[in-house]
Design a protein around this ligand. Structure first.
Ligand SMILES: [Zn+2]
Length: 415
């Protein structure tokens, strides 16, 4: 008998955690949080239901009844990983090789915490056996390297977790492949992210008018290229460091337009892991020891020769520029719900800088969520990772798909 228990993320964006267990074997997939806490006291975090209610994963005085267990991570966004900071060091945590490498690069340049964990690597398409259960990751498409959907089986049943997913990035082919595989397996349960159903900004009528061949990452790069050509002041771009492919794309576009990006040192170090032979320009505040370092003064002297990357914690440094245009490409803060977004807007008004959003989402549109659910066509689909899963549910039901809205911490039996 296999049990599926949802431990979080049923009506939030992120923090989705599910436990699949049989006898003495347990798989938990994804381990994120949706809120930042003022305390790191695990007992308080458990009491306040910030952490999933499994004390044996966090507290040394509790031992696990599972002989075989592991946590599998679909990708390295904090809403899928933040609870790892509280995990006991002896619980194996599996991630794809690309995710593992990204994590170590981020730690090395100071953009991620160095956690004491038993990290293990899985290769895409290669099953990993954890006691009676097996887990297989499949490369997918999201705005971060290493993203995988995850398939869990007890030998009789098949459960899958889409991870965060979209159909309009550089890797749509990956999604097609795993969706086809999942369809062939006739999944007992498909857990699908429904982020876009949280927001009212898409007309449901468009669901039947999907444009399949749009690559919005390419379009995002084209917007950047256009602005590099047309902007007379210094283009300042705000990028998210974990979206490596976009960093690489912007680096290449800026170089091709003879307006190379001057990166913050941590971003420059990160990029050098992926472009070891390329000259990556880096901001220097004081002495210019290396030929790849560029000062604010040099940028002001030749504003047509450079673009600048800036992350929000270093926003005030932009006061060093005489004139600049701010291009928001999905680094933080992301939107009005974050108080820092207002601070960013006010700073730009004070600096008389223009503001333009040029990024694109990592998440499927409503139409694409419906499409993925239909492609997989599981016996039952659960939409989670959404503020409004019931809207997704009724949309899927109206197209003949069976869905259900699970309850938090309930055990569902699969005989
Ligand atoms: Zn994500």
């Amino acid at each position: 008998m296999t049990f599926v228990k949802f431990l979080g993320g049923l009506n939030t964006i992120g923090g989705n955690i599910v436990q699949i267990s049989q006898n003495d074997s347990r798989i938990i997939t994804d381990f994120g949080l949706t809120q930042q806490s003022l305390t790191s006291d695990v007992k308080i975090l458990l009491h306040e239901h910030v952490l999933p209610p499994i004390p044996d994963l966090f507290l040394p005085e509790f031992s696990s009844s599972y002989t075989h267990q592991a946590i599998f991570i679909s990708h390295l966004h904090l809403d899928h990983t933040a609870a790892l900071a509280y995990l006991k060091p002896d619980v194996p945590v599996y991630m794809s090789r690309e995710t593992y490498e990204l994590y170590h690069h981020l730690v090395e340049v100071g953009l991620a915490a160095n956690l004491k964990l038993d990290l293990q690597v899985f290769e895409p398409n290669v099953p990993v056996k954890i006691g009676d259960l097996t887990v297989t990751g499949f490369a997918s498409d999201h705005d971060i390297p290493g993203i995988c959907s995850l398939l869990i089986s007890d030998g009789k049943h098949y459960f899958a977790h889409s991870g965060d997913v979209r159909l309009f990035g550089d890797h749509y082919e990956n999604v097609k492949k795993w969706a086809k595989k999942f369809k062939q397996l006739n999944l007992d349960l498909f857990m699908l992210e429904g982020t876009s159903f949280s927001f009212p900004d898409e007309d449901p009528k468009e669901i039947d008018q999907l444009q399949p061949d749009v690559n919005r990452e390419v379009e995002c790069g084209q917007r950047f290229a256009q602005l590099l050509k047309s902007t007379r002041s210094v283009p300042v771009v705000n990028l998210y460091p974990r979206n490596i492919e976009r960093l690489l794309r912007f680096q290449a576009i800026a170089a091709a337009n003879h307006r190379p990006i001057v990166w913050e040192p941590a971003f420059a170090h990160l990029l050098r892991h992926y472009l070891p032979t390329e000259r990556i320009l880096e901001l220097a505040n004081e002495s210019l020891d290396q030929s790849f370092q560029v000062s604010w003064e040099q940028i002001n002297q030749q504003p047509n020769h450079y673009a600048v990357q800036n992350s929000f914690p270093n926003l005030n440094e932009l006061g060093n520029l005489d004139h600049f245009s701010y291009l928001h490409a999905d680094g933080g803060p992301l939107g009005d719900y974050d108080p820092d977004y207002q601070r960013l807007k006010q700073f730009l008004i004070d600096q008389k800088a223009s503001f333009e959003r040029i990024g694109t989402s990592g998440h499927a549109s409503k139409a694409e969520i419906v499409k993925v659910a239909k492609m997989v066509n599981a016996k039952e689909t659960v939409v989670w990772h959404s503020f409004e899963p019931q809207k997704a549910e009724s949309e899927l039901e109206s197209r003949g798909l069976a869905t259900f809205l699970p309850e938090l911490n309930c055990k569902y039996l699969f005989k």
